[in-house]
Design a binder for this molecule. Sequence first.
Ligand SMILES: [Zn+2]
Length: 269
Amino acid sequence: MFRKLFSEAYIEFMLKTESPLFIKYQNDVIDPTAEDATYIHINRNNKRIPILPGTSMKGVFRSYAERILPNSCNVLSYSCAQQINTLQNKNKDKKPLTVYDIYHKLCPTCKLFGSTLLKSRILFDDSVANENFIINVRSSTPIDRISGAAKQKGLNNFEYVEYAEFPCKIKLINFFNWQVHLLIKILDDINDGFVTFGGLTSKGFGRMKVENVSLKIKYYKRQINGYINNDFYCEKEINDMQKIKGIVGKYKLDDSEFRKDDLQNEPNL
Ligand SMILES: [Zn+2]
């Protein structure tokens, strides 16, 4: 179903911190007093530069999509893939499910972000902060759970990104229009404060702002009016968020769109 390349979409934007950003190393429970609890960075010319890993971005987008898309599964409890595997094991004598069967049984979130049964069609690049970032340190005093007093030993420092601008890039391969709509909606909801990043969000960390959104669309082996047409593909780029919303907003985030599986006849954006 997805072996042929039909279309690609690239969404680029700038993600700016609105409040401090704290990215944990792993998905552990955040303990700000742990020595290694800090944002992720790379070293370049002996300077530590914050990075926003593509995998953690994907995690943020995915868990928000699960919350807003109807009938989405929770990958951490009983995912679509587990449900489908159980069904297949029960009906062992029947023909195995085709890619189409599996696709139709997956929830909308798994259809976009992938599952153990279907490869993801979305890629998030790692984002390295622009030069103007600020890193800061805060102290936290562990509190004794029994006495409620500050523990004598153990004033700890933890580091966080006070300010940074992260240039971000998302790539979609063989997309359905509702999937682009979903991603644009998530960018909007980041601006409205519904989506936060990293750890310590209950303490007000991780609020971000999205700026300079651009959407580039490519169709292979199609010639379309209003696009730049080449031999093998045509493309167009839109840099205005209102225009982008007008174009993708027509494809509703509902079942009639989620059921579509024919990329060849998906309308041009
Ligand atoms: Zn699912």
